[in-house]
Ligand binder design. Structure first.
Ligand code: KG4
Ligand code: ZN
Length: 400
């Protein structure tokens, strides 16, 4: 089955085409046929954060070029006059579907004049959670393609996508023709998923794929958001996560113990919930409105990263013990953090629990994760009615 994945929930516009076969288990295999991503980091960086309407415009501008690139990579693009007729017949419909994205409509109309219907069985699109205006662009694009090409849509939860990326062998980005499969089988369940991104921090119990139960979540800021906000206070560029990580590692090279002490919010609390806004306030107090020296910056970065890691590791371990988990799956942009990964690995090795984390290049938002998560739903024909499909900024993992 060939699945086209589309991701526009935040500041990455991504399109990916995979071919997958088999059901969840040893028979499952997939191959990336084409993959393209445009990061808006440079666009948003001057503002120190993401502007939803700017993100929406950028997605609308980039989706067709990315789709075109993916189809070219997969050598699926075919040209033919018969198709122009088909498209003309349906163009009114897509104009309506893309009424809020006129630029995207124009680009798609042009694209369709030269591209035939590709050999695709389903379109998997992120319908939430994320920035609603950004999500809508992807959803409307999927509806338009679905209408023109008569291909069903599988709505995908972005968080499920991140977790899906942890359970597969990640393809080498330079060698898309390799075949990958799952890194987990039935004996790997129950599993605990730790989702750590710019928008989310949560723990989920997974009894089998894809059955999730959210057991804890942040009550205020997400951990990635805290990284970004603290970086901003310290005058570091957006996104702050990688910057803080770099400074923290420098501190560890030159100082044996952290000279600073920040709180570990909710670490001892008996719930699985998190809170990171207090940690942010504590950093603000340490800075005290002063211009920081490099020496002070690396101290703060290191202690902040230690505090975040302590809390994440402690809660994850407790969830593993309580639920007898065999595996921990980590997903979301913060799972690219080397120190947090190392701390999780040390703690879980001791418990003999398997730890699965995506390769850093697949840890942040991408469309492969959406195509992968979508595949298992497409197998069960869990398609959306395009007329009622909506973007949903606060979508949660379904608790089953
Ligand atoms: O999953 P993602 O790409 O987008 C969301 O769904 O939010 O995650 C982005 C977040 C940002 O907050 C970014 O600062 C953080 O992931 N991040 C990191 C690292 N790389 C990205 N945080 C800590 N250490 C990193 N190495
Ligand atoms: Zn994400």
């Amino acid at each position: 089955m060939k699945i086209l994945g589309i991701e526009t929930s935040c500041d990455e516009t991504a399109v990916c085409l995979i071919e997958a076969e088999g059901s969840f288990g040893a028979s499952f295999k997939f191959q990336v046929l084409g993959n393209a991503l445009h990061s808006q980091i440079a666009t948003h960086a001057p503002y120190g954060g993401i502007f939803p309407n700017l993100a929406k415009r950028e997605h609308a501008k980039n989706l067709v070029p990315l789709l075109s690139e993916v189809l070219a990579q997969s050598a699926q693009a075919v040209q033919g006059p018969s198709l122009i007729q088909l498209v003309q017949g349906r163009s009114l419909n897509i104009r309506e579907l893309l009424v809020r994205e006129p630029e995207l409509f124009q680009a798609l109309e042009e694209f369709l004049k030269t591209h035939g219907r590709p050999d695709i069985d389903a379109i998997a699109v992120t319908h939430g959670p994320g920035l609603e205006p950004a999500l809508w662009v992807g959803v409307n694009f999927a509806k338009a393609l679905s209408a023109v090409w008569n291909i069903p849509i599988v709505p995908v939860n972005h968080l499920e996508g991140h977790i899906a990326m942890a359970i597969v062998s990640n393809p080498d980005t330079s060698l898309y023709n390799e075949v990958s499969g799952l890194r987990i089988d039935e004996s790997g369940f129950p599993a605990i998923a730790l989702l750590i991104s710019g928008g989310h921090t949560e723990l989920d119990l997974i009894t089998e794929w894809p059955k999730f139960k959210t057991i804890g979540e942040t009550r205020d800021d997400a951990v990635g958001e805290a990284f970004d906000k603290i970086a901003r206070m310290m005058g570091l560029p957006y996104p702050g996560g990688p910057e803080i990580a770099r400074l923290a590692s420098r501190s560890r090279q030159i100082q044996e113990v952290s000279p600073l002490e920040l709180p570990r919010p909710m670490m001892k609390d008996e719930s699985y919930d998190f809170s990171f806004s207090g940690l942010k306030t504590a950093v603000r107090n340490v800075i005290g409105g002063r211009t920081l020296t490099y020496a002070k910056k690396i101290e703060i970065a290191r202690e902040f990263e230690d505090a975040a890691a302590d809390v994440l590791v402690a809660k994850t371990l407790r969830a593993v013990e309580e639920h007898g988990a065999q595996t921990v799956l980590v997903g979301g942009g913060v799972s690219a953090n080397t120190h947090i990964k190392q701390r999780l690995k040390e703690a879980l090795d001791e418990q003999d629990v398997q730890l699965l984390i995506p390769a850093p290049e697949w840890a942040t938002d991408n469309a492969l994760m959406i195509a992968l998560a979508g595949y298992f739903h497409a197998l069960k024909k869990e398609f959306a009615d395009p007329a009622s499909l909506r973007a949903s900024g606060n979508l949660r993992l379904p608790n089953v």
